[in-house]
Design a protein around this ligand. Structure first.
Ligand code: ADP
Length: 584
């Protein structure tokens, strides 16, 4: 039956409405001019359409929307039953998802035995995207033949004579169909067809929206599940500073339940703390995190003391919308307690071990010097030679231990700076004299020169003993890595900067390794070849000391040609370090 049926049994009017071919069957003998009755009916149908639109805007539950629509349409066109059909997950068949007036048995039957696409009326409708129907199923039993005996029994029980099926078409294509059923013979008018088509299209919109909604909800749930299972704490703030999201890990790390902070800004949180100090004991933690001075995309270390000691690395990340609008920011709390503890243990170990080693090494140095000076008896050349080498090795060990101690003190923030006015030339001269002293054992084919400035240099603000360490490390390297040639020390004032330049004609630093030389324990490959002894700590310490002096170390070098290290100090009092005592 279907299109063929309409053509055969009635005056047929094939017309495209939207993507649907509507087949209107006008009853014989009714004039084209609308009677008063017809007019009233059409008005009723239009009102129904308006009601249908309303259900779309008021309801969010798809099932409820479709049931309401089915009811309104049924009442408006005088259909006994109206139902909506939905595609099975494999998209090969359809079943009833919502209805008005049908028996539940019929609906259940459709779930159990979905109608294959391309069969019967609804299957053809959904497959072709066109309307299919008949004003009297008895005059064309062909389509029913598509269905098995079970369906035929179900249809007989449902007992209808006329039906019209329309596809529900959205942007995603045909998403299902809608059918109207009449118990008696029912010729469908053009107006009924149009109305049903519009209603079907609206239903399709509702179905698509519901799908988008459920896709979005699924995405959101996925995102929430990911964020909730992160090992890092996440706190999200809106642009007004209100906490909009607080994941379970943040609750755990800060010992603050979500309900105490979500939706609240800092002022609200403080107010709560005042009102209920007992229950909100750890709200202080969230206040501290929220007020931590950290710039966008930067991280800062932060520790809480109660209820247990936890150290975090807090990263602040701005959150931007699709149109780059400001949506606030997130704080990511990364627990670094274990790393911190093991770092502290390592530092402690190095510091204790170095302390313990320093005294015996000094005693060995003293004993070796006494024997070498022949204060306790004469030595033959071989003995002198062996003891001389032992003395040098012992000196190296003392330097290494002292470097390690300096590193651990710097890292623990216990280097204790005291800034005073210092004459840079005097400080450099002292170190120069120590290194060039013949007892240093470095008499080689080296011209080691300190240039005296023409005029007195402006003073700098420095901690003399720490400054000495930095200068020593730079001068010592220049001499150490210049087997022959020259090391020249000069001074320059340019603008608001005073520089001490140490230029050597030594082994130089390979270009690709220059960026690493200020890292702890780094030694360039050519340096390891000429000087097997070396810790790779000297420049790291010098750099740290210079940073505390608000100065910088720069280097220019070419392999096999030489290096030029420059220690640059600020001369403007506003840029100088203040006379602050730090650490122990
Ligand atoms: P160390 O001298 O104990 O190896 P440093 O931290 O003082 O450690 O120096 C790090 C590395 O930088 C050296 O191993 C060497 O490769 C390079 N370096 C430093 N100063 C010079 C220099 N004047 N000439 C050539 N290489 C140098």
């Amino acid at each position: 039956m279907g299109e063929r049926n309409f053509k055969k049994n009635s005056k047929t009017n094939n017309r495209k409405i939207g993507r649907t071919i509507a087949i209107a069957a006008k009853p014989k003998g009714i004039s084209a001019i609308h009677s008063e009755k017809e007019h009233r009916k059409q008005q009723k149908l239009l009102v129904a359409l308006e009601q249908v639109s309303k259900t779309l805007t008021v309801e969010v539950d798809l099932h409820k929307i479709l049931e309401d629509m089915a009811k309104i349409i049924a009442k408006a066109v005088g259909a006994k039953w109206v139902n909506f059909w939905e595609l099975t997950p494999d998209k090969k068949a359809v079943f009833i998802s919502a209805h008005y007036g049908m028996t539940n048995a019929y609906m259940e039957h459709s779930r159990k035995y979905p109608i294959r696409l391309g069969t019967a009326w609804i299957g053809r409708t959904v497959k072709s995207g066109k309307a299919w129907g008949t004003s009297d199923i008895l005059t064309d039993p062909n389509l029913i033949k598509d269905l098995g005996p079970k369906w035929r029994t179900a249809i007989r029980r449902q007992d209808y004579r006329a039906l019209l099926c329309l596809p529900t078409v959205s942007k995603r294509g045909v998403v299902g169909g809608m059918c109207l059923y009449f118990p008696g013979v029912h010729p469908f008018t053009d107006f009924e067809m149009r109305l049903a088509t519009v209603a079907a299209n609206q239903a399709a919109t509702a179905i698509t929206n519901a799908q988008i909604f459920s896709d979005l909800a699924a995405e959101r749930n996925k995102t929430i599940a990911i964020v909730n299972s992160l090992a890092d704490g996440i706190i999200m703030y809106d642009p007004e500073g209100r906490v909009t999201f607080f994941n379970p890990r943040a609750e755990e790390l800060l010992w603050v339940p979500r309900k105490l902070v979500e939706g609240r800004n800092l002022a609200d949180i403080r107010l709560q703390q005042k009102r209920r100090p007992k229950e909100t004991a750890f709200l202080e933690n969230i206040i501290s995190i929220s007020t931590l001075p950290v710039n966008d995309f930067e991280t800062k270390e932060f520790s809480i003391a109660a209820p247990q000691k936890i150290s975090f690395q807090v990263a602040k990340l701005p959150v931007r919308g699709v149109g780059n609008e400001n949506l606030g920011h997130v704080a990511v709390l990364h627990d670094i307690t274990r790393e911190k503890e093991s770092e502290e243990m390592k530092l402690n170990f190095v510091s204790v071990a170095s302390h313990q080693l320093r005294t015996p090494l000094s005693e060995i140095k003293w004993a070796l010097a006494t024997v070498l000076n022949q204060d306790v008896g004469p030595l033959n050349e071989e003995q002198k030679n062996i003891l001389g080498k032992t003395h040098t090795t012992n000196d190296y060990l003392i330097r290494l231990v002292s470097d390690l101690l300096d590193v651990s003190r710097i890292e623990e923030g216990r280097f204790g700076y005291v800034f005073k006015r210092v004459q840079l030339y005097d400080a450099v001269r002292e170190v120069f004299e120590e290194i060039s002293h013949p007892a240093g054992g470095r008499r080689r084919q080296l011209s080691f020169v300190l240039e005296k400035p023409d005029r007195a240099l402006p003073p700098i603000s420095a901690d003399a003993s720490k400054l000495r360490i930095a200068i020593f490390n730079i001068l010592d390297n220049a001499v150490k890595y210049t087997p022959k040639g020259s090391v020249q020390i000069s001074f320059r004032v340019s603008g608001k900067t005073l520089s001490c330049i140490v230029k050597d004609t030594g082994i130089g630093i390979p270009r690709d390794q220059q960026k690493f030389i200020f890292q702890k324990f780094f030694r360039a490959r050519n340096a390891i070849r000429v000087q097997t002894e070396g810790s790779g700590l000297g420049l790291w310490i010098a750099n740290e000391v210079m940073e505390r002096h608000k100065g910088i170390v720069t280097v220019e070098s070419a392999e096999n040609k030489g290096s030029s290290f420059s220690l640059n100090f600020p001369l403007d009092p506003r840029d100088m370090p203040r006379g602050k005592v730090e650490g122990l």
